[in-house]
Write a protein that binds this ligand. Structure first.
Ligand code: HSE
Length: 311
């Protein structure tokens, strides 16, 4: 029996995780978006309200990530009813914490619970991808997949995506420093060159393979050596004031790796639990020296993804 009204939560995420541009991401326990969905007799998708940290987003469903994800779902399934949603943003806009993905994911998870025959999470992935494309201008899954499934998630394929939850060494914490500035994902993608040097391709491929194998084998020395994005980070670093100093501060205080979260401006680091708080403080101080106030978190990388909170 389906519900008439449900509330879903989807966590924030770190896209790319440095070395896996557009294909690797992990959840952040600290923050997320919520979407309440109700069945309506009138067909179509309606956004009743947007509240929270990014309330100035469009209410037209086709221009909103959550709305577009549900438009895509309703059209594919020829739903005989409509859906009205209320979006509660917990993730700051343009932060690099996967806010557009989380809203799209929370919307499809809530919408799914209204169906007479709910779909699997893998089937929901594509609808959420259509929503995410509204915000960034391209289809990529590195925030959608972890927000939906939870944990560190690798996605292979776009038309027929396959996802794999990668084990994270249990001592690892993710440290996040979100400077109070807006960085558009479209702009951060626009600056990227369309071609890659062969030597950089080899280096990056080795790092991605090394990173993933280190996760499976709990090999922190390999993880540290492989945790270096040689292609994307150097092209985006100048978009974030103080990035180089923040990274140096993290690495100098025991981080295993540090890079840009998604398209930025949030900077993330992985550190073993005893070092994580020191890394957080050092990153915040480095941003402050560049006149940027920050929100910061130390987050476990748990495997809990989007879920229904009330039904
Ligand atoms: N992989 C994406 C990027 C994440 O880095 O542009 C932002 O949506």
């Amino acid at each position: 029996m389906s519900s008439e009204s449900v509330l879903a939560f989807a966590p924030a995420s770190v896209g790319n995780v440095g070395i896996g541009f557009d294909i690797l991401g992990h959840t952040v326990k600290a923050v997320g978006d919520r979407v309440r969905a109700r069945r309506t007799a009138e067909k179509g998708i309606r956004i009743a309200s947007i509240t929270g940290s990014a309330a100035a987003l469009p209410l037209e469903p086709e221009k909103n990530t959550a709305g577009m994800a549900l438009v895509s779902m309703a059209s594919a399934l020829s739903l005989p009813f409509g859906i009205e949603i209320e979006i509660e943003k917990g993730i700051p806009l343009g932060s690099g914490l996967g806010g557009s993905a989380a809203s799209a994911v929370a919307a499809v998870v809530a919408g799914n619970a209204l169906l007479d025959a709910p779909l699997s999470k893998l089937e929901l992935l594509k609808f959420a991808m259509h929503g995410e494309a509204v915000a960034s201008g391209s289809v990529h899954v590195d925030n959608i997949a972890p927000s939906l499934f939870g944990g560190l998630v690798l996605t292979v394929g776009i038309d027929h995506p396959r996802t794999k939850q990668i084990p994270v060494p249990p001592s690892i914490r993710c440290v996040l420093a979100h400077p109070h500035m807006f960085l558009s994902t479209r702009e951060a993608r626009r600056v990227l060159r369309k071609t890659v040097d062969l030597s950089d391709f080899v280096w990056q491929t080795a790092n991605l393979a090394g990173f993933l194998s280190a996760c499976y084998t709990n090999d922190l020395a390999m993880l540290r050596d492989a945790f270096e994005d040689v292609i994307i980070e150097p092209q985006r670093a100048t978009l974030i004031p103080g990035f180089k100093a923040v990274k140096q501060a993290a690495m100098g205080n025991g981080a295993l790796g540090c890079s840009i979260s998604g398209a930025g401006p949030t900077v993330f680091a992985w550190a073993e639990e005893p070092y994580a708080e020191g890394v957080r403080v050092a990153m915040v101080e480095a941003f402050a020296e560049h006149d940027l106030a920050t929100d910061s978190w130390v987050s476990a990388i748990d495997t809990e993804g989007a879920r229904i909170l009330e039904q």
